[in-house]
Design a protein around this ligand. Structure first.
Ligand SMILES: [Zn+2]
Ligand SMILES: [Zn+2]
Length: 284
């Protein structure tokens, strides 16, 4: 029997514990934001047009974020259900003893998901699922829109933070933002002030983390590499930036950031991949 709280289940569903923790964190951020906007100092003062644009941006970011989270969790990136028998034994194929199957090039076994993943990139701890051939697009879009949403929330918290800054010394504010738990436990701040500092910290840190992840994966995307291949300095699948973008995001790679359900079918099957050497042979 599996351990659904610790690892992915046998039917390919993501592990539940990371998902529950991430959902709880998102709910805490949402509740604090509601408190600040409804009961606290309110949103930054804006004119009607700017307010409408801001609401439209928030709706766009949230729809994209939730849509990509749904797509990421729904798509199984593993070899489950993929017909591999009889296709193996070519260059780059290997035998996985845990899965008891021949597995194609660029795939890798994940001990958390307990299965081999096609074009495995890495295991996402926050969502409890591997990033691979079938869910790389929603993963990248999710990073982009998560960074956007977190930055947006940080801006919305601005008036509450400046009101707090006016009421306290800069030293007190610095201590509150750097050590919110210590300030709460020593009784120096109220629960509302602690919550504001905690949410601000997590939003800024989260946006920086997502931004760094986006830059790193943007670099991999242009080079046609997975994280695993980057760590080993392998460039065998680099077909040039334009081909690499199409291979990972489909023919409408420039538009997939705008809407999670925009059709952009991947050109490959996650089993066979064109290599730099193949392209060289074709050209010569
Ligand atoms: Zn395996
Ligand atoms: Zn995994």
């Amino acid at each position: 029997m599996g351990q659904p709280w610790a690892a992915g289940s046998a039917d390919g569903a993501p592990a539940r514990l990371p998902l529950v923790l991430t959902a709880l964190w998102a709910a805490a951020v949402g509740l604090e934001l509601t408190y600040v906007l409804v009961l606290g100092p309110g949103p930054p003062p804006l004119g009607p047009l700017a307010r409408a644009l801001q609401l439209a941006l928030a709706a766009f970011q949230l729809l994209n974020l939730l849509g990509n989270v749904g797509l990421f969790l729904r798509s199984d990136p593993s070899i489950r259900g993929v017909m591999l028998a009889g296709r193996g034994l070519g260059q780059g194929w290997a035998y996985c003893y845990q899965c008891q199957s021949q597995v194609p090039p660029r795939s890798g076994h994940c001990s958390a998901c307990r299965v081999c993943i096609l074009r495995r990139d890495h295991h996402c701890r926050l969502l409890g699922r591997c990033v691979g051939f079938r869910n790389y697009r929603p993963f990248l879009c999710l990073l982009l829109h998560a960074a956007g949403v977190l930055l947006h929330i940080s801006v919305l918290l601005g008036p509450a933070l400046s009101a707090l800054l006016r009421a306290h010394t800069p030293l007190h504010m610095a201590a509150l933002l750097l050590l919110p738990w210590l300030m709460l436990l020593t009784g120096r701040v109220s629960l509302a002030q602690f919550a504001l500092a905690f949410v601000t910290d997590t939003c800024v840190a989260g946006a920086l983390l997502c931004g760094a992840g986006l830059l790193f994966h943007g670099m991999l995307l242009l080079r046609g590499q997975t994280t695993w291949e980057w760590a080993r300095g392998q460039h065998a699948y680099d077909l040039g930036p334009c081909h690499n973008l199409q291979a990972a995001l489909g023919p409408r790679w420039a538009l997939v950031w705008l809407w999670p359900f925009l059709a952009s079918p991947l050109p490959g099957d996650g089993i066979t991949f064109q290599t730099t050497a193949d392209v060289g042979h074709t050209a010569s």
